[in-house]
Design a protein around this ligand. Structure first.
Ligand code: ARG
Length: 427
């Protein structure tokens, strides 16, 4: 019997061929040896993916006739899956091994670094990312240039400057007071934070990022300590949601995590010190947890060589192991744990290394892939655009040679990248 979904795909394809009979060269057909279904976590063998312009037109069995003149991409030896997504990146800035180089880079130079990093990230198979925190609205400029087709890069959801308290993790604290150094998004008090959210919306932010606790990479903050009052957090969330913007809260400490969940944020970033109660609160409220469990290895190995101050390396030692235990517990309890790596803390393009850590610390390989496809689409509210290989969604499609369900490190070496029907990498 033909299933309803299959029947719908056939009808859509029949209509597609009728409407494009004269210009069938616009159609691309991908022959997929194995195809990952990100909704079910299952794998289907020998499928054809029909792509018209930037969207997927249908998926059929391998014996469906290929329209004359169609471009055929043969991935019959490969494992094909939706483009993966990273919910926590910092692409702006050019990567250097000098921790303080940011002080000597103009915003223009930092933006050019972002252009380069966007391309590197796309080539690693990440067709959609969130950039959570950028000065000068450089992230907005990069997103707009990508969307205009001027530069290659992933689909970007950007926050603009992160909101934070004076002297907090999202401020900038290294120089003495006479320099009047200050993070772009610093705002204290419920009305000031509302004003900053409005400003970010005005200049093009897709979401809000704020700091609910101290952090590892900042000077003089304590990872366990809460920043912002509940009243301020509620004001940030209310103002952002009023403008249709989701809210990502940086939070390591348990109290700050709970306060941010209570305030109604959409995702907790880092989520290092989770207990059962915090996870249950997140499950009850539908909050996503975005734990960046790879970068601790990079920081502990390379931090000193990169000139990272001892204060920050010591904080990383406090956070790394416990964060991985929190990851295991959150996955065990069935929380929505999304793929999020904090690229920029480690070199861009290595994002895929986190998949192996996700499996080591409790996810099945299929779950790890879903955490970066269907689940991330849900967090973004972009289920109608990305996260699956289905008729009507953007043709964001990647492939690896081996089967990542057998060896998840395959995700560290993506061989084929298509975004919006355009091929960016083919091997
Ligand atoms: N940006 C984060 C912070 O400074 C990085 C934390 C990285 N460490 C970790 N184990 N996830 O707090």
């Amino acid at each position: 019997m033909v299933s309803q979904a299959r029947f719908t795909a056939y009808v859509a394809l029949a209509m597609l061929f009728l409407s494009t009979a004269a210009v069938s060269q616009e159609i691309t057909v991908i022959r997929a040896g194995a195809l990952f279904d990100s909704r079910s976590g299952d794998v289907e063998q020998d499928r054809l993916i029909f792509v018209q312009d930037e969207r997927i037109a249908g998926v059929t069995d391998g014996d469906e006739p290929i329209p004359e003149g169609a471009r055929v991409i043969d991935l019959s030896d490969s494992f094909v899956l939706p483009g993966v997504m990273d919910m926590h990146t910092h692409i702006v800035g050019n990567l250097s091994n000098n921790y303080f180089s940011g002080y000597f880079q103009s915003p223009h130079r930092a933006t050019i670094g972002g252009v380069v990093n966007a391309h590197i990230t796309l080539l690693a198979g990440f067709t959609t990312i969130r950039n959570v925190g950028a000065g000068d609205y450089a992230d907005v400029a990069i997103r707009n240039a990508i969307n205009a087709g001027e530069i290659p890069g992933p689909r970007l959801a950007v926050s603009g400057p992160s909101l934070g308290i004076t002297g907090g993790h999202c401020d900038s604290n290294s120089l003495n007071f006479s320099y009047e150094e200050r993070g772009d998004g610093v705002a204290d008090g419920p009305w000031a934070v509302r004003e900053q959210v409005r400003k970010n919306v005005k200049y093009g932010a897709d979401l809000t990022k704020f700091c609910a606790t101290g952090g590892v990479m900042s000077k003089g903050t304590n990872v366990g300590m809460t920043q912002y009052t509940l009243e301020e957090m509620e004001a940030i969330v209310d103002e952002s949601h009023t403008h249709g913007r989701k809210v990502a809260a940086h939070a390591h400490g348990n109290d700050g995590i709970k306060r941010a969940i209570t305030a109604g944020v959409d995702s907790i970033e880092h989520a290092s010190f989770l207990d059962r109660e915090a996870i249950q609160m997140g499950i009850d409220r539908g909050t996503f947890f975005a734990l960046d469990i790879y970068n601790t290895e990079y920081t502990l190995e390379m931090g000193a060589a990169n000139g990272l101050p001892e204060e920050n390396i010591a904080k990383e030692r406090q956070v790394g192991t416990v964060q991985r235990q929190s990851f295991t517990l959150a996955v065990e309890m069935g929380a929505k744990v999304v793929f999020a790596t904090d690229s920029g803390v480690y070199p861009h393009g290595d994002n895929g290394k986190q998949f192996a850590r996700a499996v080591r610390f409790g996810m099945t390989p299929a779950q790890a892939l879903q955490s970066a496809t269907s689940l991330t689409a849900e967090l973004l509210g972009w289920e109608d655009r990305v996260g699956a290989i289905e008729s009507g969604l953007y043709a964001d499609i990647i492939a690896v040679h081996g089967n990542p369900l057998n060896d998840i490190t395959e995700m560290e070496d993506v061989d084929f990248v298509m975004k919006g029907g355009v091929v960016y990498k083919e091997q």
